[in-house]
Design a protein around this ligand. Structure first.
Ligand SMILES: Nc1ncnc2c1ncn2[C@@H]1O[C@H](COP(=O)(O)OP(=O)(O)OP(=O)(O)O)[C@@H](O)[C@H]1O
Length: 311
């Protein structure tokens, strides 16, 4: 559990974190989202005592980080790429950390395997790719078997297999009852991994919500349906909370208020052919951008994100 109360961090004139108040609960993955410069890394640094708050408080598992007698066993963190001695192997790096924190060597072997580093554990970390370095950082974060895991942009530099690995790792850690707090710029990535969301902009809390609620607030899911019997299907699906759009004579309908499964079952029951059923998350990325629009420090020219299909 991470508890943040009225947290403020000022660097001279700059207020990087401006009165944040939120709790990260155990048992689920919580995404920490916000545009560049929103204050995510600063908040994470304060959680593990790398930066002192100007005011307010941060507690991890009921205490300030520096009040824990074995902090590595309480919270494991991956902040920006760790400085690792380039000549040292992954094994030696982790083993040195373990030795200084009273962690058994057996656990070093375990995290090496968990992070998929077995084949390269004796190689120089200096020769690691960005993705391998990320895996090593995550192995180090998990070394103390911590109750709380906090990762800053963990998918940076990972290939699709690595991204999937992170997703499964995080949801697995949460399923074990741990607190999992993960920052990202990417709403679409978080939507697939996180249950809860904390959204910040210019150091302020913009939303403390669930992914599901965020999707609902953005207009909910809709389902694209292709059928040669569009008029009949439209009549069949009509209901008080159901909205159906589609050009007259077109085979394509967009349905909100029903799931793809409900639509497929209704069509099947009445013998109507369906050639496509695709659930569409309503511009999650756009909803996120709209919410954080006034909070973006560094604007570029951007085209709107396309509607994303979800399985
Ligand atoms: N040591 C520092 N000295 C001065 N300003 C800082 C310092 N660290 C962060 N800042 C400023 O505080 C603000 C928040 O930065 P922070 O790195 O926490 O944001 P972020 O949300 O993690 O951004 P990103 O997604 O780009 O990593 C930024 O405007 C940044 O320039």
């Amino acid at each position: 559990m991470i508890e943040i109360h009225q947290l403020v961090k000022r660097y001279g004139e700059k207020t990087a974190v401006d009165g944040l108040d939120f709790t990260v609960r155990p048992g689920v993955v919580t995404g920490f989202l916000g545009p560049n410069g929103a204050g995510k890394s600063t908040t994470m640094r304060m959680i593990i005592g790398l930066d002192a708050p100007s005011s307010g408080s941060v507690q991890v598992n009921g205490r300030r980080y520096d009040q824990h007698s074995a902090p590595l066993q309480e919270v494991g963190a991956l902040l920006e790429a760790k400085s690792i001695h380039p000549g040292r192997s992954a094994f030696n790096h982790l083993n040195a950390l373990a030795l200084t924190h009273g962690i058994p060597r057996r656990r070093v072997e375990e995290v090496i395997e968990l992070a998929g580093l077995t084949g390269v554990a004796r190689k120089r970390a200096g020769a690691f790719s960005l993705g391998m370095g990320q895996r090593l950082g995550i192995a180090a974060a998990l070394l103390g078997d911590p109750q709380t895991v906090m990762l800053d942009e963990p998918v940076n530099g990972l290939d699709p297999e690595g991204v999937l690995w992170i997703r499964n790792l995080l949801t697995g850690l949460a399923a074990e009852g741990r607190t999992v707090f993960v920052s990202s710029h990417l709403m679409s990535e978080m939507a697939q991994t996180a249950t809860d969301l904390i959204v910040v902009g210019r150091g302020r809390l913009l939303a403390d919500t669930t992914v599901e609620q965020f999707i609902q607030d953005a207009g909910g899911h809709s389902v694209k349906v292709l059928t040669s019997q569009a008029a009949r299907l439209r009549d069949l699906l009509a209901g008080p909370d159901v909205e159906i759009t589609g050009a007259p004579g077109s085979e394509e309908l967009t349905v909100s208020g029903l799931t793809a499964r409900q639509i497929g079952a209704a069509a099947f029951d009445h013998g109507l052919p369906v050639y496509e059923l695709t659930t569409q998350a309503v511009s999650l990325e756009e909803a996120f951008m709209a919410m954080t629009e006034d909070s973006v420090e560094y604007h570029g020219s951007t085209a709107p994100a396309p509607v994303r299909s979800v399985a």
